[in-house]
Design a protein around this ligand. Structure first.
Ligand SMILES: Cc1cc2nc3c(=O)[nH]c(=O)nc-3n(C[C@H](O)[C@H](O)[C@H](O)COP(=O)(O)OP(=O)(O)OC[C@H]3O[C@@H](n4cnc5c(N)ncnc54)[C@H](O)[C@@H]3O)c2cc1C
Length: 448
């Protein structure tokens, strides 16, 4: 990597450098041990241009790294990793309600700025996730049924392309790239050095946290699917069945409603009367408290996630398949355990035509997310049993939900990822890739 001299030795990390190990640690420790040739920390657009130029000349593959939360560790490639974390400037135009965010900023910082200006952009439930990966793959938040996807709020993005050019992409400038940056997936078309979003007014909210014993899983899933089928866009929930460590299965409904708790309690009445809860909190909150309440806590470690989509409630057989799989889970030492969650999509997400953005899943009622996790102390046999369990469940759910999958819940085991992630939009994405990155400077195993 000596030719990176132009960037200054202090910004280039190579194997052996103590900071290199930190900079190459993936969020999902399943991918620990990936050893890129070097990591360069970029603090300005011209740093990015120099690094991309260098990669183009030397034919070393280059990988942008935002928040580092790719489920498949895709922000740690074999060549030069471009650590964007220092590109974290955030500017607000309060008159226009526009917020411009550096390509390496994390959700938490963006949320904090939005909160100061009392403006809302749907950003999802983790403060640590990077705005880059989130936006480029779509971005779903608890408020997305009312406010749309993160990428639906994008009005402009500045990019450094494979040929070193810096361009602005919007509805009128490089509209094809702008289209691709709304759901086409991170790391494919260049380095997005900034994103500008149209914010809106936050709305006062209420939240629910409901828990039941696993024995009530069938009832709760059946009734909650009905509840969500008729629910207003203001309400979204994560309906989960899960097990961890040696514990029994449990069922949960966690959600946000852009309205008062009295309304939310009414919406939930059918499920509250269907089975006795072990915990039931339905609480009025302001928008920001609701966001903090929904923050995703995780034990970290190693995990795998597979997804499918369904435009309608799962059948009784589909629910039985989930419940039976949870009973069969082989166990692991990771407190996150394993589970299946139905994330309620639809609403405003579905009102955008499929061809308007690269994000294709505009007819989905539930994202069906299946996951398992394990820890460093689990032997290889237990890990492989967990993976077999997940693959078996994924296959069995094929009878009940479509092959469509969410690119941001990246699944490296997905055979036909082109059609699962992108559906009818893949062909256009491939054309755009050929036009803007013909030599595949930006490449990874599931790159367009
Ligand atoms: C704890 C947790 C909570 C989550 N919550 C949600 C949620 O609520 N809603 C949701 O929709 N998703 C959620 N996700 C999934 C998340 O959207 C994806 O993992 C996302 O890709 C992470 O982006 P990142 O920048 O942090 O990751 P990275 O690993 O840095 O990047 C992911 C991909 O995008 C590329 N990339 C990143 N930044 C840029 C950039 N500026 N320019 C070009 N390419 C870039 C990378 O090369 C890589 O291919 C969650 C994930 C985790 C681990």
């Amino acid at each position: 990597m000596s030719a990176l001299y132009t960037l200054g030795a202090d910004t280039v990390l190579q194997p052996g450098d103590p900071a290199y190990d930190v900079a190459t640690t993936p969020f999902n420790t399943r991918y620990l041990g990936r050893r890129p040739r070097a990591v360069v920390s970029v603090g300005s657009v011209s740093d990015v241009v120099r690094a991309v130029d260098w990669a183009g000349q030397t034919r070393v593959p280059i990988t942008p790294r935002g928040g580092g939360h790719s489920y498949a560790g895709y922000s740690i490639g074999p060549g030069l990793v471009l650590d964007l974390r220092a590109l974290d400037r955030i500017d607000v135009d309060p008159e226009a309600g526009l917020i411009t965010v550096g390509g390496g900023a994390r959700n938490g910082a963006v949320y904090a700025t939005l909160r100061r200006h009392d403006l809302a952009v749907p950003l999802g439930n983790s403060n640590e996730v990077g705005i880059g990966g989130l936006t480029l793959g779509g971005g779903v938040a608890a408020v997305s049924r009312a406010f749309g996807l993160t990428c639906d709020a994008l009005v402009r993005t500045e990019m450094v392309l494979a040929d070193g050019r810096t361009v602005t992409c919007s509805a009128t400038e490089h509209p094809d790239l702008f289209w691709a940056c709304r759901g086409g997936g991170g790391g494919n078309f260049g380095v997005n050095v900034s994103f500008t979003f149209q914010a809106r007014e936050p709305r006062s909210s209420s939240t629910c946290l409901l828990l039941w014993d696993g024995a009530d899983a069938r009832t709760v899933l059946t009734v909650m699917q009905d509840v969500m089928t008729g629910a207003p866009d203001e309400f979204a929930a994560r309906i989960g069945v899960a097990r961890a460590l040696r514990g029994p299965a449990g069922v949960s409904v966690i959600g946000q409603h852009l309205g008062p708790a009295t309304e939310l309690r009414e919406l939930l009445a059918p499920v509250l009367s269907a089975a006795p809860t072990s915990r039931c909190e339905i609480t009025d909150r302001d928008y920001w408290d609701a966001k903090d309440f929904l923050h995703h806590e995780t034990s970290g470690g190693a995990f795998a996630v597979r997804t499918r989509c369904t435009p309608k409630p799962l059948s009784e057989n589909g629910i039985d398949t989930i419940v039976a799989a949870i009973d069969r889970w082989p166990g692991s030492s990771n407190p996150d355990g394993a589970g299946v969650a139905l994330f309620t999509w639809g609403g405003a997400i579905n009102r955008v035509p499929v061809s308007d953005t690269a994000f294709p899943h505009r007819d989905t009622l539930f994202l069906v997310s299946m996951d398992t996790s394990w820890g460093a102390s689990d032997p290889a046999l237990r890990v492989s049993r967990n993976m077999d369990w997940l693959d078996g469940l994924y296959e069995d759910m094929g009878a009940h939900a479509s092959d469509a999958a969410y690119v941001n819940f990246t699944d490296p085991a997905l055979a036909d990822w082109r059609s699962s992630y992108y559906g009818p939009n893949y062909a256009r994405l491939a054309q755009i890739k050929k036009h803007y990155d013909p030599d595949r400077v930006f490449d990874f195993p599931q790159a367009v």
